[in-house]
Design a protein around this ligand. Structure first.
Ligand SMILES: [Zn+2]
Length: 89
């Protein structure tokens, strides 16, 4: 299990690779989803991600970070998600 600080560092490292800069990274208990991205660039992740394996964490983290550039789940979004997953995992 990761600590909150380790998780946030992971998010910061991945954001550097993707070349985006989240304004704020939050961890809290979320009932219905893994994560969310506000229009102002604040990312919120569910605390239970701390217990998930690396491949699950990376998929969720990269997904949210890409939303800082692409708000929807279009073709380009999916292509980039796969590229970064393969590159960084
Ligand atoms: Zn999404």
């Amino acid at each position: 299990m990761l600590t909150a600080e380790e998780f946030k560092n992971e998010v910061r490292n991945i954001s550097r690779e993707i070349n985006v800069s989240p304004k704020e990274i939050q961890l809290r208990s979320m009932k219905h989803k893994w994560a969310s991205c506000s229009s102002k660039g604040r990312l919120t992740f569910d605390k239970s991600l701390l217990n998930e394996p690396k491949d699950v964490r990376y998929m969720i983290i990269i997904h949210e970070l890409l939303h800082l550039r692409y708000p929807n789940h279009g073709k380009l979004f999916k292509i980039l998600l796969n590229i970064y997953l393969q590159k960084l995992l």
